[in-house]
Design a protein. Sequence first.
Length: 133
Amino acid sequence: SHLSLIRGGVDSRFITAHQLSDLFRKAESFNEDVSGEARMTLQRMAISQVLHIDDLGDIQGDDRRRGFFAGGVKDLLDQGRFVWAVATNCTYEEAVKHPELGEKIMSRLADGAIKLPMEGADQRAARTPRPRK
């Protein structure tokens, strides 16, 4: 849907939860070039028409203080004027209990949401892994 929207002239952005977490980290950098670029990217997301966040809740290996990611997402959702599309392997109940999502984030995401549950096995798990470069 993201590429179709772009082809249709819609300002649509796509980012994974891991990439978004990295942007939040860079936005707090003491290096002004790094923090400035990250903040600019976050601002462009906030004014986009559609924001797709993939794998929300998949933050394994993120060793920052608890609440860091949730705070960044909350700020982005509060600032944004976009429609969002979120993909996650968590159920709503799991996401509410998730240490980096919780009730406040899920409440914002669920407000007026159309939920499209995907049933069956994870299609990515059946694929042969691509070699890393």
